[in-house]
Design a protein around this ligand. Structure first.
Ligand code: WTA
Length: 647
């Protein structure tokens, strides 16, 4: 079958910020003269002290460094708020849709947001938060989450957002790793009509880690929660007495802005650190060009602020660009599978940016849920977080966008700060399933397992050969781990962990992770993390976790578990282990399959042969490859004979 190609609609080519010719011209400049190019692009930001240096970067061990605009100073909250006040102080910055459609929405103008941010900044200061201090945010999708982020940026504190679906254990680990003294949370969260006991989770987490002296508690549901005198502060009471003025701190371009924990191949989640100047340029430029964004347009990114997409494309990107950003507290299928499109109609959303997993789930519910909404306001659609299969792409294009809206399939990572490979809607002909071409300034390359470059069409490991402004700067507290993780697999290049194919047109097709990271519903999970949660259970001797194909979630979690001697695995234990993992990490890590096994396939040197475990989980057992190097080949027969029925 010939590959489908969707040309740029004429209207888009004529009106977009960047058309095909301009893309090529800009791209060439961005890689040939990065200093001149980025020096110009960075003028989109309000600097307090202009920079004189632009790009100072090297991925090589001898002079490893990543610095952008290093001698400039700025404040990101001022770029999101103060600079817009004169021109559009009364336009809506945040358009908030609550979990239940029966509850009222909130419209917060730039002026109001500025005031709330200043008050909250003063409250943080009153609680002793200083420049460089870490502030952990564990909040639902409410405007106050953005207020707290921007207040941290305003005073120069570093926020670390922990997704509100993570367990108290996971929260404690993240508080401890970055040494936060302060946690901001709410009484409860509300998602899909269900309450999440956020404050109680914080209390439990603080039982496992020391050093937190302040917990600020926002009222969301009004539930009665225990407040510890001296430590716990009610948000509204706390800000009431504060001044509505807080002059933004002057930050260096390379001062840290935020930490966001993300999973890798090994060990505990890493605290990905982003700094101020480069991130500001990258998040705002990519938001403007990828979405062809002009102030006044209603833009909705459906990601949670607990993930990087929420950081860059719910809060920082759109607000730096003076936009109106929709913030949605709920879930796609509550109260029914029309919800997304009802919100689109209600707010007349023009640009919608969502995840393939949600689209696949909605697609399964049938077209009638979509068709009873208008969606006439939509002009552009986006996809992020995992590969979008061509079938879901076509449905998104045809049914949601009525063949009218281009789709920008954006590939990027927590580490990259913003979009790296993507179509630009006025420039790029689309191919369903391809993230297409590099963003300005991005130099992708494919290499084989030995690091030999692959030219032209081919498939290999995706690396980025040079720095871009939004790149992460370090792993919090472990600079060596940063270098080791990303720059040593292929010396002198940033290794993404993804596999990728490049076609004859130079289009990139991300094939998914090639390390021990799995992508479940667009959420990154380290198999090592789930394994260590399982082996922490008293009855478990050993565990190995791999991904398995899953129709809705993209990948599901398949766990092989060996119990301790004398423990008879049964259905009750299976249920107990599922609950255990949910408790240790959170519901997003719920194993889909647990297979009990008396032994795992290991080489004579004791290394688990994951290749075999993956094949069994993928139900691709006709050719398991060479098993002769296994210490005990009969282990594989046992695994094959006792495969559980897949869900
Ligand atoms: C995957 C999310 C294919 C990829 C922004 C990457 C994608 C990981 C796409 C990062 C896409 C993200 N097509 N795969 N458009 N977008 N991914 O850090 O495997 O949560 O490495 O950042 O998601 O996930 P993260």
């Amino acid at each position: 079958m010939a590959e489908a190609v969707y040309p740029v609609p004429a209207e888009w080519a004529a009106n977009a910020l960047v058309d095909e010719a301009r893309y090529h011209e800009l791209y060439r400049r961005s890689v040939d003269e990065p200093d001149a190019f980025w020096g110009e692009m960075a003028q989109r930001i309000s600097w307090m002290r202009p920079f004189t240096q632009v790009k100072q970067t090297s991925f090589h061990a001898a002079d490893f460094r990543i610095r952008w605009f290093a001698d400039g100073t700025l404040n990101l909250s001022a770029n999101c708020l103060d600079r817009h006040l004169a021109e559009r102080g009364d336009s809506v910055a945040i358009l908030w849709e609550p979990d239940s459609p029966a509850d009222p929405e909130r419209r917060i103008t730039y002026r109001e947001l500025h005031e709330q941010v200043c008050r909250f900044a003063n409250l943080l200061k009153a609680r002793g938060v200083k420049r460089g201090d870490r502030v952990t945010l564990y909040l639902p999708m409410v405007p106050e989450a953005a207020v707290a982020m921007l207040a941290c940026a305003r005073i120069g504190a570093i926020h670390s957002i922990v997704f509100a679906g993570f367990s108290p254990e996971a929260l404690a680990g993240r508080i401890e790793d970055c040494g936060s003294r302060i946690v901001v949370t709410s009484d409860e969260g509300l998602r899909g009509g269900k309450k999440v006991p956020l404050k109680a989770n914080v209390d439990e987490a603080l039982g496992h880690c020391a050093g937190v002296d302040t917990v600020i508690v926002l009222k969301r549901t009004g539930a009665a929660v225990a407040m510890q005198p001296g430590r716990d502060v009610d948000w509204h009471e706390g800000v009431a007495a504060q001044s509505a003025d807080y002059p933004p701190e002057e930050m260096d371009a390379e001062d840290p802005l935020f930490i966001l924990y993300t999973s890798g191949s090994t060990g505990k989640p890493k605290g990905v650190l982003h700094t101020t100047g480069g991130y500001a340029v990258w998040a705002s430029l990519t938001h403007e060009l990828v979405f062809d964004y002009r102030p006044g347009q209603i833009y909705w990114c459906a990601a949670d602020i607990g993930w990087v997409t929420g950081h860059s494309y719910v809060v920082y990107g759109p607000l730096m660009n003076g936009g109106t950003t929709v913030m949605f507290e709920g879930v796609p299928n509550f109260p029914d599978p029309s919800r997304f499109w009802q919100v689109v109609d209600k707010f007349q959303v023009e640009i919608f940016y969502g995840a393939p997993t949600a689209l696949r789930a909605l697609m399964r519910e049938g077209d009638e849920w979509v068709k009873k909404t208008s969606r006439q306001s939509l002009r552009l659609l986006g996809s992020v977080g995992e590969p979008i299969n061509p079938e879901a792409w076509e449905w998104y294009h045809k049914v949601i966008g009525e063949s009218r809206c281009p789709i920008v399939d954006t590939w990027w990572q927590t580490e990259t700060g913003g979009v790296m490979i993507t179509p630009l809607p006025g420039a790029t002909a689309l191919k369903p399933g391809s993230a297409t071409r590099p963003m300005l300034g991005v130099k992708p390359a494919l290499v084989d397992n030995d690091g030999t470059p692959i030219e032209g069409a081919g498939e290999g490991c995706l690396v980025i050969t040079d720095s871009w402004p939004g790149q992460m700067r370090t792993v919090w507290g472990d600079h060596e781990r940063f270098f080791q993780t990303y720059f040593t697999t292929f010396a002198g290049q940033y290794f993404t962990g993804d596999g990728c194919r490049r076609d004859a047109d130079g289009y990139y097709w991300i094939t998914g992770r090639i390390d021990d990271v799995i992508n479940v519903s667009g959420h990154r999970m380290g198999t090592a993390e789930i394994e260590s949660a399982l082996v922490a259970h008293a009855k478990v001797a050993e565990a190995a976790v791999v991904g398995m194909p899953h129709e809705i979630k993209g990948q599901g979690i398949y766990a092989y578990v060996t119990t301790n001697a004398g423990i008879e695995p049964d259905e009750a234990l299976r249920k107990e282990l599922v609950q255990w993992v949910r408790h240790e990490i959170g519901p997003i890590a719920t194993p889909d399959v647990i297979q009990f096994a008396p032994g795992l396939p290991k080489t004579r040197s004791g290394k688990i042969m994951r290749r075999i475990l993956r094949k069994i989980a993928e139900n691709d057992v006709s050719n398991l490859g060479d098993t002769s190097t296994l210490a005990d080949p009969s282990v594989v027969d046992n695994l094959l004979a006792n495969r559980p029925r897949l869900p």
